[in-house]
Design a protein around this ligand. Sequence first.
Ligand SMILES: [Zn+2]
Length: 418
Amino acid sequence: MRIIVATVLVSLTFITVSFTLEEGISEEAGIDYAGSTVIHAGTLLAIAGEEPLSEKSIVVKDGKVAAVVDGYVDGNQIQDTELNIIDMSDKFVMAGMMDMHVHLASRGPDPAERALHGITNSHKTLMAGFTTVRDLGAADDTIFKLRDGIENGDLIGPRIFAAGNIIGVGGRANGKECNGPESCRRTTRDMISAGADWIKIYASCSGGRLCSHPDGSPMFFADEVEAITEVAKKYDVKVAAHSHPRDSALQVLEYGVRSIEHGSFINEDAMRTMIRDKVYFVPTVAVMDMIEEGFENPDADPIMEAHNRVFYENNPPTIYEAYKMGVLIATGTDAGVVPHGKNYREVERFVELGIPNSDALKMTTINSADLLEKSEELGTIEAGKIADIIAIDGNPLETIEDVRNVVFVMKDGIVYKD
Ligand SMILES: [Zn+2]
C-alpha cells in the first residue's frame, strides 16, 4: 500500500513539474539556468518592426541572451539554482539603441581635454540607452584608446566602432591628407594600422561652412576615392562618406561606400543606387536642433543663417522621400555637433518627419546593426545575441518621446543603470 501511495505522489509531482514547464518555460525547457540573470519584461520589443510581446523572461548568461521564454521564470521553478531576477514587469524592454554618427572625443585643441570629454561623453551616451555607437571622426588616436578602454572594462561607455581621423584632401580642417591616389592609399593604410574599424571620408565640404549648394563640387578626384575604397576593401574595413552636395554622393557611390552621411542633396539617382547596392543613409537630422537654436540667435551671421535655412528646408523632405523609396536608413545624431546623451533626438526627429514609431525604433536597432554588419550579434533580443538590453518607462511605440525615459541599461550582460 505504501509503495502505491509513493508511486502516486511521484506521478503527481512529475505532472506538476511538467505543467510548470508547459506554462512557465515552455519554449526552452532545456535551459541551464546556473549563473544566469533573468529579466522579467512586461512589454518586450524583441525585434523592432514586429509586434511587442508581453510578460516574457529574458535569460542572460555569459553576456549573451540564452533564451526568451514565456511568462516570468522565478527561482521556485528552477531547482537548485540561484537566479538573479531583474524585475522590469512594468517596463518597456527593447534592444540597446545605437547611434551611427557620433564624435565622442573631438572637442578642443588639447589631447588630454579630448580624452576627458571622451570619457564623460561615453558615459552619457550609455546612460541614454545607446549601447553601441559608430564614431565618425576624431582629431587623433584618442578614440581608439577610449574604445579599447571600454572594451576591456576600464571605462564605462557604449561599444565603439571608430574611424579615427577623417580622410580628406588635406589642408586646414580638411582631414588627414589624401592628395593623389598614392597619398590616399598610404593614408588609408595608416588609419587602418592605427586601429580604424571604419574609414570616414570628407567627400564634400563640411556643413559648418558654406556647403548648402546642391551643385557643389566633390572634394576628391575619382582616382582618389578609388584608392581609398580599394585599400579599405583589401582590409575588410567599410567606408562612410560625408557628403552634402548631389555630385559628391553620386561620385562615391560608384566605389562601394557603405554609408552616406548627411546626404543633404542626394537625388533620386543616388537613392536608387543606394537601394540597389544596399548603401545606408545616415541623415543626422538631429542637427536641425542646433540649426533651430541658431535661428533664435539675434547676433547670428546672416550669411550663415541663410545657408542653414537651405539645409533646414531641404533636409526633412529629402529624408522622408528616401524613406518612402525604400533607402536603408540608420540613426546618427552627429553628437559632438549636437549634445551627447541626447542621442534619442534622432529617433524623435524621424517620427516628426512622418516615419512610424516602429520603423524609427528599427532604424536605431536592427538597421544600425545591419549597417555595421553585426546583425548576428546585435540589434534584437534573441537567443545567441549579445545581451544589450534597455528598459523604458512608458511605451515609445505609442509616444516616441518615451525613448528619453531609459531607466535600465545592460550591455554585454552587465547592468550599468538600474
Ligand atoms: Zn559628423
